[in-house]
Design a protein around this ligand. Structure first.
Ligand code: HEM
Length: 524
């Protein structure tokens, strides 16, 4: 039966239509032989509706699947600290005081799936797309300033160890620590992650960092090494494990909700944007390598220089179109910004657009959330879901190649002197010198307030107590190497925890209570 049989005025603003533009006159019943069925195959409207629904999901991100996003703007100071920024970079978005650039930011957690609780112990992603006048720049960062590994080769293994067990599908603290104990460069990051800094209270009250080392290039083609940092004007707030558990019991979307609600009520979150700088060389005088992302650059030697601020003032209009389909990548740079030789950064730069062609599709850059504000003009054509021809207004539509004298696109002029570093060396597979995996972790431990140290040790003991003794011993040795007090407290904590029973395999990070154990650490 037609529910709207008296309504002939279907071309109103509210009229429901199909994707073919046909008005829908009955959205309640499929077409059947008699009102008890069976259904017919020419049920076109139903088949269109259900088959689109069947395809509503795309593959979630292989990491950072759970996220929230918002629009806003970046405003430059025109300076890098107390010097004109042009001394160091010619990137246009930074040059003038007060110049605004639209941005879209996606915050995320890393390991678990798209609807996992936002209270988990996990780094948080902080990815920013700047829609600059020269095309897009993406800064794909995290809240913590260091990372677990320093070579891209190890990334898939790291993610496998941290993700749920392939057999039980449960995250297992023992698999996590098995990887970390055998990858000692992770110890600095583990020290942050197991402290309250591993559970930011929400997205508004956390820092952001580019983590990897980048370069800035000025008009003369001269480069400096830089690291980027976001500092929240809302202050920084982290949670203890207990606080997090209490929130999680009531609300597992609390960070998304906090961001959304703040923007809706006009309480727009802001971050100041800083760079640290170093001259573009190996810095043999330092006891760490400036290209090693497991290290902090000491602030007293490399001060934070303010370059701007960011305000988030608009929620997405549609979660899927914007937050789910947005695609960030470390290769997305503008003139005046460059890569460094940081091996992680180089590996990352391949991975992002590669996964996005699979996750979103080969034309992911034509989606409004990913496209630059000024339409791109390329000779790329076709591919699944090609949406428009990104040609120049006066371009001869026959000419989709370059070079040409028949009205095709032309190369741009190089602005400023090109940066052409000299690179020389043997091709090798080797880790860097100056690896020192624990010194900065010890320093970080001593910088923590005493409640943060106590939380760190208690959280580590909680999760390590279910691990094989060989793993515990390696982690204790790393803590002892980092700081005597850190090592002693971890050793003592684990020795009393071992006396207690009640551990089992497949226990997520932070699940201190655990169920009855088929195996205890002592048994292994
Ligand atoms: C997301 C790879 C290291 C921050 C992703 C994604 C991949 C990936 C494949 C999913 C992207 C998508 O589906 O759109 C890698 C590789 C790394 C690495 C291969 C090391 C070799 C890092 C590091 C950071 C980081 C060191 C922090 C600075 C992020 C963030 C996202 C992400 C924030 C989420 C972006 C978003 O919100 O869409 N990464 N990653 N990753 N990664 Fe990495």
């Amino acid at each position: 039966m037609n529910n709207n049989e008296n309504d002939t005025n279907y071309e109103t603003d509210e009229t429901l239509t199909t994707r073919q533009g046909h008005p829908v006159t009955n959205n309640q019943n499929i077409r059947t032989v008699g009102n008890r069925g069976p259904a017919t195959l020419e049920n076109y409207d139903f088949i269109e509706k259900i088959s689109h629904f069947d395809r509503e999901r795309i593959p979630e991100r292989v990491v950072h699947a759970r996220g929230a996003g918002a629009h806003g703007y970046f405003e430059a100071t025109g300076m890098a600290g107390d010097e004109p920024v042009s001394k160091y970079t010619r990137a246009k978005l930074f040059q003038e005081k007060g110049k605004q650039t639209p941005v879209f930011v996606r915050f995320s957690s890393v390991i678990h799936g798209g609807h996992s609780p936002e209270t988990l112990r996990d780094p948080r992603g902080f990815a920013t797309k700047f829609y600059t006048e020269e095309g897009n720049w993406d800064l794909v960062g995290n809240n913590l300033k260091v990372f677990f590994i320093r070579d891209a080769m190890k990334f898939p293994d790291m993610v496998h160890a941290f993700k749920p067990d392939p057999l039980t599908n449960i995250q297992d603290a023992e698999r996590f620590f098995d990887f970390c104990a055998n990858s000692p460069e992770s110890f600095h990051m583990v020290t942050f992650l197991y402290s309250p800094w591993g559970i930011p209270a929400n997205y508004r009250q956390m820092q952001g960092s580019g983590v990897n080392t980048y370069k800035w290039v000025n008009e003369k083609g001269e480069a400096v090494l830089v690291k980027y940092h976001w500092e929240p004007k809302q202050g920084i707030k982290n949670l203890t494990q207990k606080d997090a558990e209490e929130i999680q019991a009531k609300n597992f979307n609390h960070a998304t909700q906090d961001l959304y609600d703040a923007i809706e009520r006009g309480d727009y979150p802001e971050w100041e944007f800083y760079v640290q700088m170093m001259s573009d060389d190996d810095h043999p005088e330092l006891d760490f390598d400036p290209l090693d992302d497991t290290k902090l650059w000491p602030e007293d030697q490399f001060p934070f220089k303010l370059i701007g601020k960011m305000v988030l003032n608009k929620n997405p209009e549609d979660y899927f179109n914007e937050v789910e389909q947005v695609a960030f990548g470390t290769g997305v740079l503008v003139d005046g910004l460059d890569f460094s030789d940081d091996k992680m950064l180089q590996g990352r730069t391949f991975s992002y657009s590669d996964t996005q062609r699979y996750r979103v599709g080969p034309n992911y850059l034509q989606l409004p959330i990913n496209a630059p504000k000024k339409q791109s003009q390329t000779n790329q054509r076709g591919g699944q879901m090609s949406y428009y021809v990104d040609k120049a207004p006066g371009q001869n539509p026959h000419i989709n190649y370059e070079p040409s004298d028949l009205g095709g696109l032309k190369e741009a002029k190089q602005s400023g002197k090109e940066y052409t570093p000299m690179i020389k060396g043997n091709l090798v597979r080797e880790s860097i010198d100056r690896a020192d995996n624990t010194k900065q972790a010890g320093h970080t431990y001593r910088e923590f307030e005493s409640w943060e140290q106590a939380e760190l040790v208690s959280n580590l003991v909680g999760d390590l107590s279910i691990c094989a003794k060989v793993i515990q011993d390696k982690m204790i040795a790393l803590a002892e190497e980092a700081d005597e007090d850190y090592g002693r407290r971890l050793r003592e904590g684990l020795s009393s925890a071992r006396k207690e029973t009640g551990t089992h395999k497949g226990r997520p990070l932070g699940d201190k209570d655990g169920d009855d154990a088929p195996q205890t650490a002592e048994d292994k």
